[in-house]
Ligand binder design. Structure first.
Ligand code: TZP
Ligand code: MG
Length: 207
């Protein structure tokens, strides 16, 4: 399975996400998981990241750590996801090596040069979101269209995405969607993940 396909539905979890929910979401067919935890002590984050790494390995999913290259490397993750205030992707590549998967957050075309060397770009917030305090104003699907023209690799949309909101993002050129609340706050997280996978597949078949 290539990276585009693995990124169809990319679920972001935190230290508060129950282990069983992670297993069920992975069993639903989610191809990529990210550990995003900004509050716990680093030792605890490392312990959790190593556990998630194993869960992803068993399920055959890619595992990314948000923000911190050191934690991603120590946990044996497949990759790291970097934002504009983190190490630049090119530096992460230099330190971690060619096999590492490096993701970069970009909200606009102006931020694309910073992402040079990244394997994929996450664009957002596409819609309003309550899951990230400093997410900024929604950039809309137009941002994906512009960024897909400038960035050669896979692009995923993030922010406020849930069932019924997938097709315009894929039509704009994204290969997938990255989500927190649409899956983790759903009454049945696995069913929500399956629905998102279905919508991505359906939209891709139509493009
Ligand atoms: N980065 C941009 S928006 C966002 C992140 C981490 C939050 C996405 O969460 P949700 O609940 O899918 O809107
Ligand atoms: Mg970040």
């Amino acid at each position: 399975m290539d990276l585009r396909e693995r990124l169809s539905v990319y679920v972001i979890v935190s230290g508060a996400t129950p282990e069983g929910v992670v297993d069920r979401v992975l069993a639903a067919g989610v191809g990529s998981l990210q550990y995003r935890e900004k509050h716990l002590p680093l030792g605890e984050q490392l312990r959790q990241a190593r556990r998630l790494r194993e869960q992803c390995r068993r399920a055959g999913a890619l595992f990314f750590v948000n923000d911190r290259l050191d934690l991603a490397m120590a946990a044996g993750a497949d990759g790291v996801h970097l934002g504009q205030s983190d190490l630049p992707p090119a530096e992460a590549r230099r330190l971690w090596g060619p096999q590492a998967l490096i993701g970069a957050s970009c909200a606009s075309l102006e931020e694309i040069p910073w992402s040079a060397g990244a394997d994929y770009v996450g664009v957002g917030p596409i819609y309003a979101t309550a899951s990230k305090d400093d997410a900024g104003a929604p950039v809309g699907v137009e941002a994906i269209e512009r960024i897909c023209q400038a960035f050669p690799g896979p692009v995923v949309g993030i922010g406020g995405i849930g069932p019924g909101r997938v097709a315009p993002i894929i039509r704009a050129g994204a290969c997938g969607v990255s989500v927190i609340s649409a899956v983790l706050d759903a009454p049945d997280p696995a069913a929500a993940a399956r629905e998102l996978l279905r919508e991505v597949k359906h939209a891709l078949a139509e493009t």
